[in-house]
Structure formats: C-alpha cells, structure tokens
Design a protein around this ligand. Structure first.
Ligand code: ADP
Length: 527
C-alpha cells in the first residue's frame, strides 16, 4: 500500500466513527478548516483534500481539518523557501534575532490558548502543554540571543602576515519533520535555530498534532518573518518523504521513531544531504539503597507517567536496589493506582490519553508481552479504560511490571506509553551495566545521597543526558539535548550545540604578505 493510501486509510479510520460519534460531531460547532502556509500565503492542498485532527480524549471532537499535502504541495513550499533564501541570509543576524524576539512575545501572550488547543489535539494535561509552550518560548529567547553571537573564532596562521578565522554560514534550505508528543516545543527547537542561522525552512509536523505547528507558524507571520522564510505543509509520511527526497533540501532535521528515522537517514545519505536525527529511548532511573525513597517514587511516577509515558525521555525502567525494593514497589504501585486518568483539559486529571488507536494497539501488545514473559509480574494497571468518561478516548491505566529481568522485551524495547518496568539490583556497577544494556542512550538518572557514587554513575552512564536525584525528563533549552547509540546520529539539539547543525563552518585565510606562501611547504626559520 502506498503512503498516500495508508494516509487515506488512517484518515478514514479516524474520520468516520460510529453513528453516535457522528451525532456528537454534528452537535458541536462547525469544524474549522486550516491551510498550509506557503510563500507567505495560507493555501489549501493542491488536491483540496484534508484530514481530520481529533481529540484523543474524545474522538467525537474534531479539532480541525488540515491540508492533506502531497509531493506537489511540498514542492511549492520548497520553491517558496528557495526564493526567500537570499533575502533572509543577507539580513544581519542581529536583525533576524529581533524578529524572533517579537515571536517570543507573541508566544507568551498566547500561551494559555496554545496550551488548551494542544491538550485538545494531543491529550496531555494542561500543566504539561503549558510547559510545552513555555519550552518554545525559552527556546525562542535563548536562541534568538545567538543572533548577536553566532561565534566563530580566529586562530594564528602558520605563516607570517597571514590571518586565519572560521565563520558560520547558513546551510541553506532546511526540512523539519516533527512528532506529536511535543507539538510546539520540538518544532521550535528546530525552527528557531534554523532561522537565527539564516536558513529558510519547510516544516512538516506530525499528522496527529498539526494545530500547534499552525499556531507557531501563524505567530511567525504575525512577528513579520518575511514571506517564504517559514513554510508549513501538513500531512502524513508521504509529505515527509517528499521533503526528505527533494534535491533542493540541504538538511533534514527529524524527530520521531527509530524506524522512520532510519528511512530518513538512508534517503539523506543517498543524496548527500545533512541529516540530524532524534529518535527513541529506553531511559532508566537507578534508585540506590541510600536514596530518599519517597522522592525517588515521586520522580519515577512523574518520569514514567507524565505525558502518559509518551516522551522519548520517559522513565521506562526503574532499577532499584534490593534493600529498598519492596518498600519502593509498594509506594510506587500505590501512587500509580491513585493517578487520576482522564481528559487533560480537566485540572484534576493527572494523566491524559495516549495519542491514537495505533498507540493503544502497540502499548496493549507490550502489556501482553510483559504478562507472557517468564518472571515479570503485573503489579498494577494493564487495562484499557473504555467506560464512563473514558468511553470515547484512548485511555490506558498506569501500568507497573515488577521483578523484570533486564533482557526482557519490556525492559529493552521502547513502549512509548504509561508502562514501566522495575528491575532489582545488588551493586551500583551492576545497575550501571543494566542501565547501559539497551540499544538506546538518551537519558539516565540516579537517586543517591552519596556524591561519590553520583559522580561515578554520571561518568559511566553512556547516555546524552544524566540526572541526579530527579527523573529522566526535564531538559532545559540552554543545554544540548540528544543521545547516544540508536537514539540519534551524533548531533545535538538545543544549547549552542544546535548551531552546529544549522550552520556550516567556513575557514577563511587572509594572506597580507604580498607573496606566495605555501602552507606545510615553505619553512619558516625561527628568528
Ligand atoms: P510515530 O510512529 O511516533 O508517529 P513517526 O516517526 O512515524 O513517529 O513520525 C514522525 C514524523 O515523521 C511525522 O511527522 C511523520 O508524518 C513523519 N514521517 C512518517 N513517515 C515518514 C517518511 N517515510 N519520511 C519522512 N517523514 C515521515
């Protein structure tokens, strides 16, 4: 089946529910139809086709209809970005940054609206969607500040009367492909550094959360980013593949599944495009015997069940010292059982739904695998919630497996749902071995009061991020974000390190000796 057919099948599957659902839809306000943003204009898809964005807490609620973009739409967006490139890269970086600061102000003003709309399209609770928008704000302010830095450096040349330096240049046209779990934060992590470095972009957000990207791009328009610099095309994998395949797109920045990332990477390799990937994780919290157990439980609950476990940094493995194991598990299970699951728009709710039917299928499949696996014990949860307030959404109970062995599938594979695996250990070095014994390397955490052990663990964890006495989630925008092994391909987002993705180094030699001086050949005698 082609991507387009799959896209339509998915649309139909989500778009036409049973008659009760249709009735509920009809009783709601008219559903808004959104457009792509290409060359400074809001336009429908070339085919005129749309797909529905639905609320995962209540699939009768259609958030909006968005353009079902295909290759032709992507092509138009790429043309617009190419046409805008010269003007944008010639604008001095401090001026570009001023526009981005204006964007930051708009995001601040609309934070509450964006958070509410994000909860409606994506499910996570309002506090978390507020955090998501805040991350976009933080990223905008921090990265826009780079407009007055974008440091290169000077260095001595090996010949007399010769000057050497290197400067950053924009890479050119950037394709940004983003997932649904951080619907505004992740697009902003890519968009803002791309812009401050002087690139033009085409953004293809996840099909499950196009509204948050629409909001971000509309704010770009309001901030007066020139036409064609930022372009938005919504759609499914077909649109992402068209972007990845296009010869004029110099760089693809992708965040999503490891499976899709691999396809993106090989396409980029074929045509020699730059490719930055952020993918899966199987993150670990190690709770040592001297840890404050209540604090560790609180961290584990937040790390494992925040965003319904749908973070690439989710705490999906809890490796707990045998001396405190029983106590930890008892408290963890009590807390997990007490979590209020429901519509994230309700301020009392602590955990929202998962994103869609495919996610339910995958997560429930892993819960079955966990139950079949030899020693593991299902300590709580394990069910899909389908009645009452949960009847029309994708809700799964917070689920804890205990007595898990490190090599079991539920301890090795990314589940991306509210499921965590508790694994007992004896010595810290054994725990570190378990922590590092997965194919991913994004985030790790250690709870201990012993500073020596904390630093030892920090040094030994082969991950891009380490936390001491807090869970595996909670990255801040001014530090590099990314991971080792199957998590990424060596690049980092955020921090100043992201500038190395969105700019290319140019080394410049200025010889003012008025003669030919041959590096490595003409010998210079010390005076
Ligand atoms: P998930 O399985 O969590 O939805 P994906 O990796 O499939 O994650 O999706 C992340 C992003 O990649 C989305 O914007 C999606 O539309 C896009 N995408 C999916 N397939 C492809 C592809 N073959 N090429 C490029 N982008 C794709």
């Amino acid at each position: 089946m082609s991507q387009a057919q799959k896209a339509l099948k998915k649309t139909n599957k989500r778009g036409n529910g049973n008659s009760a659902a249709r009735g509920a839809q009809q009783s709601r306000a008219v559903v808004k139809t959104y457009r792509n943003f290409i060359g400074g204009k809001w336009v429908a898809s070339a085919s005129g086709e749309t797909f529905e964005n639905k609320n995962p807490a209540d699939t009768r609620d259609v958030v909006g209809r968005f353009p079902l973009s295909m290759a032709e739409d992507v092509e138009r967006a790429i043309d617009a970005a190419a046409n805008a490139a010269r003007g944008w890269r010639s604008m001095p970086a401090p001026r570009r940054a001023e526009i981005l600061f204006r964007l930051g102000e708009i995001l601040i003003r609309r934070k509450e609206q964006y958070a509410q709309e994000m909860t409606r399209e994506m499910g996570k609770v309002l506090k978390e969607t507020g955090g998501d928008v805040q991350e976009a704000i933080d990223c905008t302010y921090f990265t826009a500040g780079e407009g007055r830095r974008l440091h290169g450096y000077t260095t001595p040349a090996e010949m007399p009367d010769k000057f050497a330096m290197c400067v950053r240049q924009p890479v050119g046209l950037c394709g940004l492909i983003t997932p649904w779990n951080f619907p505004m934060a992740i697009p902003s992590w890519k968009l803002i550094p791309a812009l401050v470095c002087g690139n033009t972009v085409v953004l293809k957000p996840a099909e499950d959360t196009p509204l948050s990207s629409f909001n971000l791009v509309e704010a770009c328009e309001e901030a007066s980013i020139p036409a064609g610099v930022v372009n938005l095309v919504t759609g499914y994998g077909e649109a992402g593949a068209s972007l990845t395949n296009h010869k004029d797109v110099r760089l693809i920045s992708f965040t999503g599944s490891t499976e899709t990332g691999r396809i993106v990477a090989s396409t980029c390799a074929d045509r020699n495009a730059i490719c930055s990937l952020e993918m899966g994780g199987k993150n670990v919290i190690v709770v040592h015997e001297d840890a404050e157990v209540d604090l560790a439980v609180e961290g584990a609950v937040w790390g494992a069940f925040g965003t319904s476990g749908q973070r690439c940094t989710a705490s999906s493995r809890l490796v707990v010292h045998k001396k405190i194991y029983k106590q930890f598990v008892k408290k963890l299970v009590e807390r997990a059982r007490s979590l209020r699951v429901g519509n994230g728009a309700d301020a009392q709710v602590e955990m929202g739904p998962v994103i869609n039917a495919d996610a339910v299928h995958k997560i429930m499949g892993y819960i079955e695998v966990g139950q079949r696996e030899d020693k593991a014990k299902l300590a709580c949860g394990g069910n899909r919630l389908t009645t009452g307030e949960h009847a029309h959404g994708y809700f799964i109970e917070p689920t804890v497996f205990t007595d898990v062995a490190p090599d079991m599938r539920i301890a090795q594979e990314e589940i991306f749902g509210p499921v965590t695996a508790v694994i007992p250990f004896d010595t810290l070095d054994e725990a570190i071995e378990i922590a590092n014994g997965v194919r991913y390397g994004l985030s790790a955490s250690v709870y201990t009061k012993d500073v020596n052990l904390a630093f030892h663990a920090m040094n030994e964890m082969y991950t891009g991020i380490v936390y001491i006495n807090s869970p595996t989630i909670g990255a801040e925008v001014h530090l590099p974000f990314g991971g080792t092994k199957a998590t990424g391909n060596g690049h980092r987002e955020a921090g100043t390190q992201v500038l190395d993705v969105f700019s290319e180094w140019k080394s410049v030699y200025v010889d003012y000796s008025s003669k030919l001086q041959r590096a490595q050949i003409d010998s210079i005698e010390p005076q």
